[in-house]
Design a binder for this molecule. Structure first.
Ligand code: OSB
Ligand code: MG
Length: 374
């Protein structure tokens, strides 16, 4: 039995070591909404909402998600008795549309609380089978192809198992080809974050011979129809990110042929129950999945690593170590990568497997609200 009696909402501002540029914008600091949930048994867990400052990835923003969590999501679970965290998703979906990132922060936090309550590692609670997970790096758009080649080369030297290159029109063929020529056998892929339409796919066609593992979300953020047309014209697999916000969207992708791979971000699909359902559906249908990232702090990262320990996460995830993003993370130990390019699933501790550094969080906090029953 799970019953949340108090949620502390907190926003921290975590400066990135270097700006991260995608086709629709540049991030220089992360505004993270963190939750600390407390169960009636006394078990607690932290979780993180992946919404950021601006609505340039998906419509949710941290301010909207904050309001949504405070006014809608948290009141729906507070004081309610759940058989387990697996029942929370349905309770949040029945008459409450959208707001997946807000819902996910609460839902995942309840999985974290359950893991603490049972004294089990989160990865084991959800049926994870891996002890380590392959790590890929996501490289933001760079000023020159040469700069990109150097970043990619350095990443491979560190052991990363996949290099994802952010692209947009004008910063695509020349950039990706330069990396391919410098690194002929490297596992490379490109992520467009919706920068193309069916009217300007020449660049994608020009990159179709570069032996890329996949093109991630080339077309509109909510599209599955046009991606099917695009996939017909490409040998390279299309991977959907933004468009997959629920199990039904994954089913649509398979039905329409809109892509052959899915990037699962639990924050984007409403949490773990939905992520696991998408994972299971993909596994049953021969669709490989991998775990995406949203420049999470070490708290959000804990959930992603646990999720990526499920068996059908067969391609490297965007699970870079803490030091790649932050001067200092908010968790101890920080997330690290082995020389083989894997991250270890923390199986020796209950719950999310990392401790939150309260002093660090306190230093970075810009607002706090406590929501409790009664
Ligand atoms: O599209 O996967 C994306 C970061 C912010 C918004 C969207 C995306 C990303 C990344 C970063 O690619 C991956 C990471 O967390 O390292
Ligand atoms: Mg993406």
């Amino acid at each position: 039995m799970l019953q949340i009696v108090r949620v502390t909402m907190r926003e921290i501002r975590l400066p990135l070591r270097e700006p991260f540029q995608i086709s629709s914008g540049t991030m220089t600091a992360r505004r993270c909404a963190l939750l600390e949930l407390e169960d009636v048994s006394g078990a607690t867990s932290w979780s993180e909402c992946v919404a950021d400052d601006a609505p340039n990835y998906l419509p949710e923003t941290v301010d909207v998600a904050w309001l949504s969590m405070k006014k809608w999501v948290i009141p729906r679970v507070l004081g309610q008795t759940f058989e387990g965290p697996g029942d929370v998703h349905a309770a949040l979906e029945c008459d409450f549309r959208g707001h997946q990132m807000a819902k996910a922060a609460v839902e995942m936090g309840m999985w974290g609380v359950e893991a603490e309550r049972l004294g089990m590692p989160l990865a084991r609670l959800i049926g994870g089978t891996r002890e380590e997970v392959d790590v890929g790096i996501s490289l933001g758009i760079q000023a020159t192809p040469e700069a990109l080649v150097e970043k990619a080369r350095a990443a491979l030297a560190l052991g990363y198992r996949k290099v994802k290159i952010k692209i947009k029109p004008g910063k695509d063929v020349e950039y990706v080809r330069a990396v391919r020529e410098a690194l002929p056998d490297a596992p490379l892929m490109a992520d467009a974050n919706n920068a193309y339409t069916l009217d300007n796919i020449d660049a994608l066609i020009a990159m179709d011979d570069l032996k890329l593992m996949m093109f991630e979300q080339p077309l509109a953020w909510d599209d599955v129809v046009r991606h099917a047309e695009l996939q017909k014209r490409l040998k390279t697999p299309v991977c959907l990110d933004e468009s997959i916000t629920s199990l039904e969207k994954a089913q649509d992708m398979l039905h329409l042929g809109s892509g052959r791979i899915i990037n699962i971000k639990p924050g984007r699909v409403g949490g773990f129950t939905s992520s696991i359902a998408i994972h299971d559906f993909c596994e049953a249908n021969g669709i490989p999945v991998w775990c995406g990232g949203m420049l999470e702090s070490g708290i959000g990262r804990a959930y992603n690593v646990a999720l990526a320990s499920l068996p059908n996460f067969v391609k490297p995830g965007d699970l870079s170590p803490s030091a790649r993003y932050w001067e200092r993370d908010v968790v101890t130990p920080e997330w690290t990568m082995t020389p083989q390019g894997t991250t270890l699933v923390p199986l020796d501790k209950p719950g999310i497997g990392v401790r939150v550094d309260r002093d660090r969080v306190e230093d970075l906090t810009v607002r706090v609200e406590i929501i409790q029953g009664g």
